[in-house]
Design a protein around this ligand. Structure first.
Ligand code: TYD
Length: 208
């Protein structure tokens, strides 16, 4: 049996980690085989690339270099972790994936969608079965998380950048309406949890 590939996307501070933890608990309670992984990262090589990308000291990194590093980490992640888990029939939960490259690199950095599609050609053949876009505007998200993490190069980019990221996500969601489901995260975390579980039950787990 083939597994299912589910990704989580959204701006910084929307409460993504908390919601992923709820889904993990949901799967554990039902004995569903799954793995939880993240981007940039996952296997050792991709985690090493993550350190380079996020290091606040790497101020001189060009946007193109950044985009290529995300794409490189992603190919390794797919080959070493995601594809084998799906082949083994597992559910793969992934914290961020290619839509982050569309929102952050194509739209917010301005590299354009064509370039991101090209350098991510491998991942474009490996799209998720379902992407949950945790929808909350960056102003509200930053308030929720109490400001930016100063050791993280991307978080330090400021509100204007993150507004572009958000606009990028909305554009990508319009482009892949069947795959990407928007989840309104403006309410309490338990309300968001119920919305996510309802989508998962309908789209992936029919009846469990
Ligand atoms: P992380 O600390 O994991 O952020 P979060 O907890 O918000 O998920 O850092 C990952 C950062 O990398 C985040 O700012 C989004 C960014 N990113 C991209 O710009 N492009 C990508 O393709 C991916 C996967 C992440």
């Amino acid at each position: 049996m083939k597994g299912k590939f589910i990704t989580f996307e959204g701006c910084e501070g929307v409460g993504k980690s908390r919601q992923i933890a709820y889904v993990r608990e949901f799967l554990q309670n039902r004995g569903v085989p799954f793995i939880l992984t993240r981007e940039p990262g996952g296997p050792k090589i991709s985690e090493k690339i993550r350190e380079i990308i996020l290091d606040a000291e790497n101020k001189d990194m060009s946007d193109e270099c950044e985009a290529l590093l995300y794409a490189a980490a992603r190919v390794q992640h797919i080959k070493e972790v995601i594809a084998p888990a799906l082949e083994a029939g597992k559910i793969v939960l992934c914290d961020r994936y290619i839509d982050s490259s569309f929102a952050y690199q194509a739209y917010a950095r301005g590299l354009g969608e064509k370039f991101i599609r090209e350098i991510n050609a491998y991942a474009m053949n490996f799209l998720p079965d379902l992407t949950l876009f945790l929808d909350l505007e960056p102003e509200a998200a930053f308030l929720r998380k109490g400001g930016a993490d100063k050791s993280d190069r991307v978080e330090l980019c400021g509100l204007e950048f993150h507004k572009k990221v958000y606009a990028g996500y909305l554009a990508v969601a319009r482009e892949f309406p069947d795959r990407i489901v928007k989840i309104d995260c403006s309410g309490e975390k338990h309300q968001t949890r119920e919305k996510i579980l309802a989508v998962l039950k309908e789209r992936i787990f029919d009846g469990i």
